[in-house]
Design a protein around this ligand. Structure first.
Ligand SMILES: Nc1ncnc2c1ncn2[C@@H]1O[C@H](COP(=O)(O)OP(=O)(O)OP(=O)(O)O)[C@@H](O)[C@H]1O
Ligand SMILES: [Mg+2]
Length: 506
């Protein structure tokens, strides 16, 4: 007897249809799985065997051959268990084979026959929809994730017995209750906790408003990490499309609990010992890295100068193109990775550069600067100096709170989106060199200020573009359609040349 079951294999961030063919024939009892299966798939024999018996089904004493087609596609992970078990049940006539034409199944089995949470269910559900399949059986825990796809019947099941019940035409089990949409929790970092630092908070506001990448520099303990963690809560909520994309990525990476949509903008803060593949993705079966987990959110590189050169170099592509392409053999896997970068650094290895207490040698300083130079620096529109707050400042709160700043950020973002409608870009940070003249709309005095700075040798051509983008955001925050001299002056002030002295003039 032969049975066919449809399931899906995760491939990058998408899923590909896989047909599980199960053949039973007379002969010495054996159970073989073929079709480019990895170790977890081959181990599924033991799980499927035990799960069938422990769920009260017969395990046929036959020669069982399971083929996962197409054979050229690598099959990874335990998600094929359920399809294999259903195939054996259908081939041994314990389940009606005809229903398996209408349903796709996906899930890992425990030895007792329970279904376990699996990665990538949203991608699988999207694949099932594309393939025109009527329904999808998934573990109950991931059912909400599968229901994000319209037009697909979803059966969230807890055990193999329940799967058989559904496939025999029984009623669909009730879906788990949707997760409550709660207001941002009180524990979210708020700007109200920051003392002093009026200028850095203003810089953070500008960065948030225009989606500009920013670098915070200052001595230890002045609140750089603290401030950087307050960027994500300033950003607008994810749109539905963005939320679906983030959910898909996080689900494939195993970071999603299988509930509904991810609602919070991602904020990823990898440790500085992270490798280049960890940061941008990699592995023999390519998996998304931190840059993709931060897609549509914030990537925070704390202690930037401590990251390996290789890791920072690897960020070049995501920063420029908003995607990471990983090539494996003949194939290329693309992971989206459009994030806002915020980084922090001490001005020198001891952190006290510029004061008499600094004990760093020339060599230390040179090494520190070299680390900061390169591809990242080109992409940092805003460089924020964070000196120690004065004694009077540290004694009282700044009087700024996240909710109020977020309002102004939202208004500025709306202005940008309206101006950039039809270009594909939505924020000033995305303006290309060619778009600057058209969209910045600087008045004559503003251009004269910029011209003067350029003539004095304070600005490179690239730096000039950066200043214009930031000035545009400052004008948007002020609700001004024209970029004026004061906006350009403020933008020029956000280019902290002294941090980078000798490295690369902005
Ligand atoms: N301006 C500030 N207002 C309120 N609290 C602050 C401020 N600066 C620092 N702190 C307190 O000090 C702690 C340490 O600050 P934080 O870790 O942000 O410093 P840092 O600049 O990142 O230092 P390092 O360079 O050592 O990483 C914070 O958790 C906070 O409690
Ligand atoms: Mg810190």
């Amino acid at each position: 007897m032969l049975a066919l079951v449809t399931t899906f294999a995760i491939d990058g961030l998408a899923s590909r249809r896989v047909t599980v063919e199960v053949d039973l024939r007379r002969g010495l009892p054996a159970f073989t799985i073929v079709g480019r299966a990895d170790a977890a798939v081959r181990e599924s024999r033991e799980r499927v065997h035990a799960a069938l018996l422990n769920s009260g089904f017969d395990f046929p004493q036959r020669r069982i051959t399971v083929n996962l087609a197409p054979a050229h596609l690598r099959k990874v992970g335990p998600g094929f268990d359920l399809a294999t078990a259903c195939g054996i049940l259908a081939a041994s006539e314990q389940l009606p084979a005809a229903v398996l034409e209408r349903w796709a199944v996906f899930g890992e089995l425990s030895l007792s026959g329970e279904l376990r949470h699996c990665r990538g269910v949203l991608a699988v559900a999207e694949g099932a929809r594309r393939a025109g399949i009527a329904g999808l059986v998934v573990p109950c825990e991931c059912a909400r994730e599968a229901t994000l796809v319209d037009g697909l019947a979803v059966a969230g099941v807890t055990s193999l017995t329940e799967v058989a019940h559904v496939l025999r035409g029984g009623s669909l089990p009730e879906l788990p209750a949707p997760e409550p949409v709660h207001a941002p929790s009180a524990e979210r970092p708020d700007l109200a906790d920051v003392r002093g630092h009026a200028a850095p908070i203003r810089a953070l506001t500008i960065a948030a408003a225009g989606a500009h990448n920013a670098l915070l520099s200052g001595p230890p303990g002045t609140g750089k990490t603290m401030l950087a963690r307050r960027l994500a809560p300033l950003l607008p909520a994810l749109s539905r499309d963005e939320a679906v994309t983030v959910t898909r990525i996080h689900s494939v990476a195993g970071l999603h609990n299988g509930g509904g949509l991810v609602r919070e903008r991602p904020m990823r803060a990898p440790h500085h010992t992270i490798s280049a593949p960890g940061l941008v993705g990699g592995g023999s079966t390519p998996a998304p890295g931190e840059a993709s987990l931060a897609h549509h959110g914030v990537l925070f590189l704390d202690e930037l100068s401590e990251f390996s050169r290789a890791a920072l170099e690897a960020l070049r592509q995501p920063l420029e193109d908003g995607v990471v392409a990983i090539v494996r053999g003949q194939r290329t896997v693309i992971f989206p990775s459009r994030f806002q970068l915020i980084a922090s650094t001490n001005p020198c290895p001891c952190g006290l550069a510029g004061t008499d207490a600094c004990r760093c040698s020339e060599g230390d300083l040179a090494r520190h600067r070299r680390r900061l130079s390169g591809p990242l620096l080109d992409r940092l529109d805003i460089l924020v100096d964070m000196p120690r707050p004065s004694a009077s400042e540290i004694g009282r709160t700044s009087g700024t709170c996240t909710a109020a700043v977020r309002e102004s950020v939202m208004a500025a973002r709306e202005r940008q989106a309206a101006r950039l409608a039809g270009t594909g870009a939505t924020t000033n940070a995305e303006l290309t060199a060619g778009q600057l003249d058209r969209f910045v709309r600087a008045d004559a005095r503003a251009l004269a200020v910029l011209q003067r700075a350029y003539a004095q040798g304070d600005l490179s051509a690239r730096g000039r573009g950066r200043v214009l983008r930031v000035a545009r955001t400052i004008a948007d925050l002020a609700g001004d359609e024209r970029v004026r001299a004061k906006h350009v002056n403020e933008a020029l002030g956000l280019r902290q040349r002294d941090i980078l002295e000798g490295v690369q003039a902005a």
